[in-house]
Design a protein around this ligand. Structure first.
Ligand code: NAP
Length: 328
């Protein structure tokens, strides 16, 4: 096998970002889309010029024409369809949040091992050069000892008809966009927190529409994260160390989507803007799966890291529900 033939499992909105990335990749080919009806699969295939349209998810999984699937279903279906896909011999790129319970994560991981299929969480920003530069600066001590990470991802809905507002579908702003600040903090700190404290505003929908979390790490460092469904679009990460401060105004999105800057404020001297090479935001996760399948390379975002993302979200929700500090 020298190329990966991709199938999209659903006609979700987010696919529009993955399709150009698959097509831009050196070893990927978009061959199929599956939807819950043949008509919608066919209409989508026509719109995006995709060769094959399947009228059910099962039908695409049963096809020998597909090597890997991109799971862009509502959150509560990620585990079920990732597992089915691997059992049908497909490699899986599964959208964030990967799963809604640790049992689901563990079952998905076990099936990946049993079937020898690559399974990975689609955190596109983790693969971007900007994130890797930040990681190098943190690990080579440029910021000194990290004291606090402050990170935010907010946006406001234009309509209330959305899977993110349905509790049974794994709705909620922490599951949806709070996982970005949360996973960024974990990346900087090198692991999950030891203790968390969360607070939330529940909306009429019954899901958290504002969530704020405080997290404490083994070395005493702290992170403050927040997310929202009801305030203007805003993303930022600030990493504060004893030798300086690093500020990302577009930590999770592509350059074409905004005026991305990465600025280092050292303790002495003026601010320094750090150059970040351009890269299509969603390409890295696609290429990473190709390297894992075709070259046997370890996947860049490990399933241990993914498990810790889910574990931390669950602890924060438990804290918000109970009003208690939760120890992980
Ligand atoms: N990484 C990122 O940048 C990013 C950005 C946005 C979203 N996401 C993630 O991607 C996933 C999809 O988000 P989205 O906003 O793109 O979703 P969406 O547009 O609402 O699409 C979800 C798709 O799931 C399928 N589906 C199956 N059962 C369904 C049900 N009971 N109700 C509704 N849809 C159902 C539908 O496809 P068919 O009708 O074709 O079967 C639908 O098009 C979420 O997990 C989200 O967290 C990631």
């Amino acid at each position: 096998m020298s190329n990966i033939r991709w199938g999209l499992l659903s006609t979700a909105n987010i696919n529009r970002r993955l399709i150009p990335a698959i097509r831009a990749s050196a070893r990927g080919e978009l061959v199929a889309v599956a939807s819950r009806s043949q008509a919608s699969a066919q209409a989508y295939a026509n719109e995006w010029d995709i060769p094959q349209a399947f009228g059910s998810y099962e039908a695409m999984l049963a096809s020998d024409a597909v090597d890997a699937v991109y799971i862009s279903l509502p959150n509560h279906l990620h585990a079920e369809w990732s597992i089915k896909a691997m059992q049908h011999g497909k490699h899986v790129l599964c959208e964030k949040p990967f799963a809604l319970t640790l049992d689901e994560v563990d079952e998905m991981t076990a099936v990946s091992q049993q079937t020898n299929r690559v399974l990975t969480e689609a955190f596109m920003y983790r693969h971007h050069p900007q994130t890797k530069i930040v990681g190098e600066m943190v690990r080579n001590g440029r910021l000194g000892r990290i004291t606090v990470v402050r990170a935010v991802f907010n946006f406001a809905f234009t309509t209330r008809e959305n899977i993110r507002l349905v509790p049974e579908m794994g709705g909620g702003c922490l599951w949806d966009v709070g996982v970005y600040p949360l996973s960024f903090a974990q990346y900087v700190m090198g692991g999950p927190p030891q203790q968390v404290f969360g607070t939330q505003w529940l909306g009429e929908s019954g899901v958290d529409e504002v969530f704020s979390g405080q997290m404490v790490y083994a070395n005493g460092a702290m992170a403050q994260i927040s997310s929202s469904f009801c305030t203007p679009f805003h993303t930022q990460v600030e990493i504060i160390g004893t030798e300086g401060r690093l500020v990302l105004n577009r930590p999770f999105i592509g350059h074409n989507d905004g005026d991305r800057t990465l600025i280092f404020y050292p303790n002495e001297g003026g601010p320094e803007e750090i150059d970040v090479p351009e890269k299509e935001l969603y390409l890295g996760e696609i290429e990473d799966l190709h390297a894992a399948v075709l070259d046997g390379q370890a996947q860049y975002l490990s399933l241990d890291e993914t498990r810790n993302h889910v574990k931390t979200v669950l602890a924060l929700y438990e804290s918000a529900r109970t009003g208690q500090v939760i120890t992980l």
